[in-house]
Ligand binder design. Structure first.
Ligand SMILES: Nc1ncnc2c1ncn2[C@@H]1O[C@H](COP(=O)(O)OP(=O)(O)OP(=O)(O)O)[C@@H](O)[C@H]1O
Length: 290
């Protein structure tokens, strides 16, 4: 682990030999990874690599076939569901409600793990809901019907719902998907601020520049297994990107921020497609740590 957080081995989340089977197929197969507390981690990998499934397994939403998930050194999956919901919040890619709820009502669902078990009142909820909507940058949507929102607006409302849950571990599945450039950067900045408050934030991302420029730690998933993990500048090398995604990568420097910019292109003409296919298929773990 090289997130630069100064945390110990029990500081954050650690998955060991985690496997998840869907429809009879192992789609997460022996994952070992850490998500440090107080750091922003990116989970990257090609379509179908198992990122969403891994995030759901870490949140306890899909059952693990084998393996363990430790939070701050103790078994997360053995904790009661309500207690787990006070620790981990998941923002899935597609989160419908099935019933016509207002944005305010959707976000208030996030406060449920903190309400008294037999309490029906919601005093204090309104403040938490409005604060969460404010943090997610969409307070003006509070009285709209959730089902009538655009994809990007829904994405931000789901983020607000997760914030209202006051999690210590925030799992985000492609949080910048559907968002315009300003909203993408605002979301990355918010994730950074949340990490700054000590939350372990992990986001599945497809934009490798976002992962390299904004994250402390990156986990690369390929065919259900972690093939590299660690500090983004080290892990996201042109060689690894070529092997995992089959594209050519040039790592440039952002003229304004000095952070990495990863420029991608299809492999140059003349490259042997057979060797490209071998590259993509024949990966073995080469990260410094997970
Ligand atoms: N319910 C299901 N039953 C069987 N296989 C499934 C099911 N859901 C997903 N899969 C398969 O599991 C694999 C991993 O899917 P997952 O959605 O976790 O990948 P991903 O890395 O998040 O992909 P993407 O980047 O396209 O969102 C894929 O091959 C997918 O087809």
């Amino acid at each position: 682990m090289s997130a630069g957080t100064g945390g110990g081995p029990d500081d954050g989340l650690r998955a060991s030999d985690l496997a998840v089977s869907l429809g009879g197929t192992l789609v997460v197969d022996g994952v070992d990874c850490t998500v440090p507390a107080g750091a922003l981690s990116a989970l990257v990998g090609p379509n179908g690599a198992g990122k969403s499934t891994l995030l759901r397994a870490l949140a306890g939403v899909v059952p693990a076939r084998r393996g363990t998930i430790q939070w701050q050194g103790s078994d997360l999956l053995r904790r009661p569901r309500r207690e787990r919901a006070r620790i981990a919040a998941l923002v899935d890619q597609e989160s419908g409600t099935g019933v016509p709820l207002t944005v305010r009502e959707v976000v208030s669902l996030g406060t449920m793990p903190h309400r008294p078990l037999l309490g029906f009142g919601n005093s204090g909820d309104d403040d938490a809901v409005l604060a969460a909507l404010e943090s997610a940058g969409v307070p003006e949507l509070r009285d709209r019907l959730y089902g009538e929102l655009s994809g990007g607006q829904r994405q931000r409302v789901q983020l607000a719902r997760a914030l209202a849950q006051q999690p210590q571990l925030l799992l985000l599945d492609e949080p910048t998907n559907h968002l315009d450039p300003f909203a993408q950067l605002a979301t990355l900045q918010l994730m950074r601020q949340l990490a700054g408050r000590g939350i372990a934030v992990v986001a599945a991302l497809h934009d490798l520049t976002h992962a390299a420029a904004h994250c402390d730690h990156v986990i690369v998933l390929h065919r259900g297994t972690v093939v590299a993990a660690g500090e983004p500048r080290t892990v996201l090398s042109p060689a690894l990107i070529r092997q995992v995604y089959g594209v050519q990568a040039d790592v440039l420097v952002h003229p304004a921020t000095g952070r990495p910019l990863i420029a991608l292109s299809l492999p140059q003409a003349g490259r042997d497609p057979a060797s490209e296919a071998t590259d993509r298929a024949g990966l073995s773990y080469e990260g410094s740590s997970s």
